[in-house]
Design a protein around this ligand. Structure first.
Ligand code: ATP
Ligand code: MG
Length: 434
């Protein structure tokens, strides 16, 4: 829109045309205020009933909340106005009238439950504290991309429609692909490994992953965004360094560039950038520590995965981001390499936020024979994966990498209760639209 000025950018003493939504109308009798809201903030429009053109006042007072209007007039300094300025209108144009019955109140005076909010995201994201989540999410992804560039990684995109799953059969979404069975990809794992063996060597991808999770939980989605990294000639320790670098870089960027958004979320005072050097506990140390907290009814034994309660107890005990390394081979997927000196232990690691798992990674098995054995041990048919295993016969360097859940990163960063708050249009067992 030509000649449009954002509400936050008006200058006293100048004429301006602003456009946005009718946030509120305050009728005080002789004088009334129309509060206009746009992406930058709000602006008070003053309507003086006796002094202004009757039609103009009528238009300004008659328009329903959340209608889209454009207003032209002179900007004045006004200390009593919320932003210190007000606009005295010469003309008001109603561009798009809103229904008087709104399914959700963007002014925030009436609270809405999450399902109502998710059904009406357009209105929901008119609230500054909701919009802020997605502006921060965008900054997280931007900063991650920049930090990957510093790691010399090339951004790739890989297929989401695939012939076989990789992370366990029960979580697959089958689809029909020209009469053949196909699946929505659970992770770019195999493709990014194939690229670590290519001339690119170090790659990253930010894209959707699809998992038919059995249960609705506050931290699982059926369509999530995965931040993936894979690097040739790297081991699990270097992969952990990279994961730590990305997390720290992303927090730094949000602290630096999202002051207004953190403020809208009430986090301006408490937001903390992690210092790095996240503690690296071995799996055995981790389960001992969980057991020592006494938080679990049943003590963990070697080979157990960490339950949600165990993760929580350990997170509270450690109190910062941390890694769990050297997981038992049997709980990690076939593509993870075992440790050199102990076949029962793997190079697999998880990065944890005190509240939950954020990242899983490890060094990968790059030896063709061992890889094929791994498939068989996991009950997968190596022939179905020949497109992948074949490339391990033509010069596959040692390599390592990880996958990080973007929504979990945002959720834990902002202290959101439910992962769905970090997704515009979440997919869960019940929710397929919008
Ligand atoms: P969890 O045990 O917490 O269900 P996972 O170990 O099955 O996760 P991975 O396969 O290790 O998940 O995926 C790597 C990362 O991707 C996870 O640490 C998490 O941050 C994210 N992630 C995986 N599945 C989901 C999901 N269903 N919803 C949201 N994020 C997910
Ligand atoms: Mg995991």
């Amino acid at each position: 829109m030509q000649n449009r000025t954002y509400a936050a950018d008006v200058t006293a003493g100048e004429s301006a045309t602003v456009a946005g939504w009718v946030h509120e109308i305050r009728d005080l009798g002789g004088i009334a205020f129309l509060i206009l809201r746009d992406t930058s903030g709000k602006l008070q429009i003053k309507l003086e009933k006796d002094e202004m053109d009757e039609d103009l006042v009528e238009t300004g007072l008659g328009v329903h909340r959340e209608s889209v209007v454009s207003v032209t007039g002179d900007v004045k300094e006004e200390p009593r106005a919320p932003t210190g300025f007000e606009l005295v209108p010469e003309s008001i144009e109603v561009i798009s009238e809103a229904d008087p019955e709104l399914p959700l109140d963007p002014s925030g005076k009436v609270d809405a439950e999450l399902p109502t909010r998710l059904d009406n995201r357009t209105l929901d994201l008119r609230k500054p504290e909701v919009k802020a989540i997605f502006e921060i999410r965008a900054e997280v992804l931007r900063a991650a991309r920049e930090a990957f560039r510093d790691l010399n990684a090339t951004e790739i995109t890989t297929p989401k429609i695939v012939a076989t799953g990789t992370e366990g059969g029960t979580e697959l979404f089958p689809i029909t692909y020209f009469g053949r069975e196909a699946f929505m990809n659970q992770s770019p794992q195999l493709f990014k490994q194939l690229m670590a063996g290519s001339g690119l060597e170090t790659v990253f991808e930010i894209g959707p992953i699809f998992r038919a999770e059995e249960h609705n939980t506050p931290r699982h989605l059926n369509e999530a965004t995965s931040i993936d990294f894979e690097s040739a000639f790297a081991d699990q320790h270097e992969a952990m360094d990279a994961a730590e670098e990305i997390v720290v870089a992303v927090y730094e960027a949000v602290a630096e560039n999202c002051e207004e958004q953190l403020d809208a979320l009430g986090l301006a005072e408490t937001f903390e950038v992690p210092a790095g050097d996240f503690p690296r506990l071995s799996y055995e140390e981790a389960i001992e520590r969980v057991n020592a907290t006494g938080a679990l009814d049943e003590q963990l034994v070697f080979g157990d995965d960490l339950s949600t309660e165990a993760e929580r107890a350990l997170g509270e005990d450690v109190g910062t981001f941390y890694f769990i390394t050297s997981w038992p081979s049997e709980v990690k997927p076939f593509y993870i390499m075992d440790e050199d000196d102990d076949e029962t232990l793997s190079t697999g690691f998880d990065m944890m936020h005190p509240r939950m798992e954020l990242v899983s990674g490890g060094q990968r098995e790059h030896r063709h024979e061992k890889l094929v054995e791994g498939f068989e041990q996991q009950g997968l048919d190596p022939e179905q994966f020949e497109y992948y295993t074949k490339m391990f016969k033509y010069g596959m360097p040692p390599h390592a990498g990880w996958g990080m859940g973007a929504e979990r990163l945002v959720m834990t960063m902002l202290g959101l209760e439910n992962i769905r708050e970090a997704v515009l249009f979440p997919r869960d067992r019940q929710r397929l639209s919008p």
